[in-house]
Design a protein around this ligand. Structure first.
Ligand code: PLP
Length: 386
């Protein structure tokens, strides 16, 4: 049975061959640390890390490569942003759309450090309104954090609109672009965000264990770094350096991951994110068109493919989502993700929490039309059997 991977919202697979080759070549032929040596292989590593930083900076429209901090994953980037900005007694505005990587650190801060958190609701399609986000601000609001797209429905949120309003009011804006960076064309200026976080292993096509944090010039001055230690620079001082990006990058970098991430982002740039977005819209429409009208299936989230990234969440009547995913995997080789997707408030708002969540199919740039048709055939069999 051929493996059909439709869990790209968790992590993308397969990656372009260039990513595997870059990691393999660096591991075998170089292997020297970054920012710590004056010999040739260390200089070559430094150049590869800078190339990766530059590629990510160009992709999201950052002014300079040093605005990009490399992190362990999307969660780690969010931690650097959230913990770096917060002080006891602050107020934070977020939404019910968020992933636990936002909800849980905020809950911990609310429980332990007297931080107040407002969770703005969404409409029936899982979309928040900019007016409601702005209405939730108060004089103590330190920052607003919102996901660019839901990882349950794929619904795109009105980030530019929210960002423009926050910029007028001078409120810091953190955007969780876990489901959009590399998947839709975006620029940090158009989104009006101060900080943007993303895994390197989803839309950016890098290996697992990579992530990125964009920091707008000047914002780092009002952030503490939760990560201090050896940086290979200013070693005589017991104080951590304050310049970007080392302020947030103590310890040896995940160079094999970063080299692979650089190759992934260059692959995206060569093809063009806009062209890949067109492909994702076309393939999501193919999936949605094949599902619409199937008795026993309910599609959750916005209608059509234009207002969502390449994913579809389903309620399959007569099946627990885990059971449906297990049948797809064992009988058809189709790998999907069932359950609450680490987004419990989103499922609650959509009315899908009590039934165990949804079955999510998510596409990547290397997903084929034949794989989508195979998934449609399997889902048709599934509902016919109930
Ligand atoms: C919306 C959203 N934010 C944050 C994350 C966390 O990313 P990571 O798994 O790389 O920590 C995810 C992962 O699924 C996500 O979907």
């Amino acid at each position: 049975m051929k493996r059909i991977y439709l869990d790209n919202a968790a992590t993308s697979w397969p990656k372009p061959a260039e990513v595997y080759d870059a990691v393999d070549r660096w591991q075998r032929e170089n292997g020297a640390p970054s920012g710590r040596g004056a010999y040739d292989s260390a200089a070559a590593t430094d150049k590869l890390v800078l190339d990766a930083r530059r590629a990510v900076a160009q992709l999201l429209g950052a002014s300079e490569p040093n605005r990009i901090v490399f992190t362990l994953n999307g969660t780690d980037a969010l931690h650097l942003a959230i913990q770096g900005l917060i002080k006891p007694g602050d107020h934070v505005v977020t939404t019910v759309v968020e992933h636990n990587s936002v909800l849980r650190p905020l809950r911990q801060l609310a429980d332990g450090r007297g931080v107040a958190v407002a969770h703005v609701g969404c409409d029936a399609e899982g979309i928040v309104s900019a007016e409601k986000v702005i209405a939730a601000l108060n004089s103590k609001t330190k920052f607003v954090v919102v996901a660019h797209a839901s990882n349950v429905t794929g619904a795109l949120q009105p980030i530019s609109e929210i960002g423009a309003e926050l910029q007028k009011r001078g409120v810091t804006f953190v955007v969780d672009a876990a489901q959009t960076l590399g998947e839709i064309p975006l620029s940090v200026d158009e989104l009006h965000c101060d900080l943007l976080t993303a895994p390197g292993h989803k839309g950016l096509l890098g290996p697992l264990g990579t992530g990125v944090l964009y920091v707008r010039p000047g914002v780092e001055e009002r952030m503490m770094s939760i990560r201090t230690g050896g940086t290979g620079t200013e070693s005589s001082s017991l104080k951590a350096p304050t310049q970007m990006p080392v302020k947030f990058e103590a310890g040896n970098l995940n160079v094999p991951g970063i080299v692979g991430l650089g190759a992934g982002v260059r692959w995206l740039a060569e093809r063009g994110v806009a062209a890949l977005r067109e492909q994702a819209i076309r393939q999501t429409e193919r999936l949605l068109d094949g599902l619409v009208g199937l008795k026993g299936l309910r599609i959750v989230g916005p209608q059509g493919a234009q207002r969502r990234v390449g994913m579809v969440s389903l309620v399959v009547e007569g099946y627990d989502p885990q059971e449906a995913a297990a049948v797809l995997a064992t009988s058809y080789g189709i790998e999907t993700r069932a359950g609450l997707h680490c987004a419990p408030l989103m499922h609650k708002a959509l009315g899908t929490a009590d039934a165990g969540g949804t079955l999510r199919l998510s596409l990547g740039p290397l997903t084929t039309d034949a794989e989508i048709d195979a998934a449609l055939g399997a889902l048709r069999d599934l509902v016919a059997a109930t």
